[in-house]
Design a protein around this ligand. Structure first.
Ligand code: GLP
Length: 263
């Protein structure tokens, strides 16, 4: 795992933009129609800074999403895609409507229908048909979940319906009129799906994420901390602000390693 420690959330956003643009290279320049990319996208407050950076650079003509396809990690069950709190609405409002991505190439799990098992299987097949995810953006829950893979999730899980923990529902209640409005289940890419991405960029900011980050980066690999499986990923980068990094025991080492990193 590559650990990048930043001073602030703003710097996390900037660094994540620079890293993602560098990694995706020509696929974000739209000069070569052959150079395409598949993005894995996340919701939550954490990636908003990165999305703002992408939007600004897209507006300035520095990057283009014309050759990109995107797959979001998850969607709540039990609320329509048109609901203000759905992840469909979130992505439209906070990213898609501001950039030049083709809306027909943006995918979010569909939870409106009756057969969610079929919807999940279809989603997996679509990711595969698109050639797999090149770069997966992740946030992290305070209990170490990624997507909506709660503690106890199988490390090889595909996209499926998961029941949300009380803690996750409490964490996300701030977006809803009350906790009773927070859905109890969601359709989420599995840990197996996430691990199949060619590269992963996990972002975390704030003291509330410090323990989850310590457990993810330095703890044992355990289904009780779903993000800890990322220790097995050959190309996982974790970008943190000082508060989220504050419980890491090897923080000086990570800072030193980054300073001496060969480009
Ligand atoms: C939700 C999402 C996750 C996200 C997490 C943290 O549970 N399903 O993908 O990482 O929230 O959100 P935030 O960045 O707002 O702390």
């Amino acid at each position: 795992m590559r650990i990048i420690v930043c001073e602030s959330a703003e710097e996390v956003a900037l660094k994540a933009a620079v890293e993602s643009i560098e990694y995706l290279g020509e696929a974000l320049s739209a000069t070569n129609p052959e150079a395409t990319c598949v993005l894995g996208l996340a919701t939550g407050s954490t990636p908003l800074g990165l999305y703002r950076e992408w939007i600004e650079r897209n507006r300035a003509g520095e990057i283009s999403f014309r050759n990109a396809t995107s797959f979001n990690l998850d969607e709540y069950c039990g609320i329509p895609a048109s609901d203000p709190q759905s992840y469909h609405t979130f992505m439209h409002e906070n990213l898609f409507r501001h950039i030049d991505i083709d809306p027909a190439k943006t995918f979010i799990p569909v939870t409106d229908g009756d057969d969610l098992t079929q919807s999940a299987e279809r989603y997996e097949a679509m990711i595969e048909e698109a050639g797999g995810i090149d770069l997966q953006i992740l946030g992290i829950g305070s209990d170490g979940h990624i997507g909506f893979n709660e503690p106890g999730s199988s490390f090889s899980s595909p996209t499926r319906v998961k029941t949300l923990t009380k803690r996750t529902r409490e964490d996300n209640a701030r977006f809803f009129p009350s906790i009773d409005h927070v859905p109890r289940t969601a359709l989420t890419m599995g840990l197996g799906t996430i691990m199949s991405a060619r590269a992963i960029l996990l972002l975390a900011t704030g003291k509330g994420k410090a323990k989850a980050i310590r457990d993810t980066v330095e703890g044992p690999i355990t289904a009780m901390v779903p993000a800890s499986i990322l220790q097995f990923h050959p190309y996982a980068t974790v970008i943190l602000d000082a508060a989220a990094a504050s419980e890491l025991s090897l923080i000086d080492y990570y800072v030193d390693a980054e300073r001496n990193r060969q480009r």
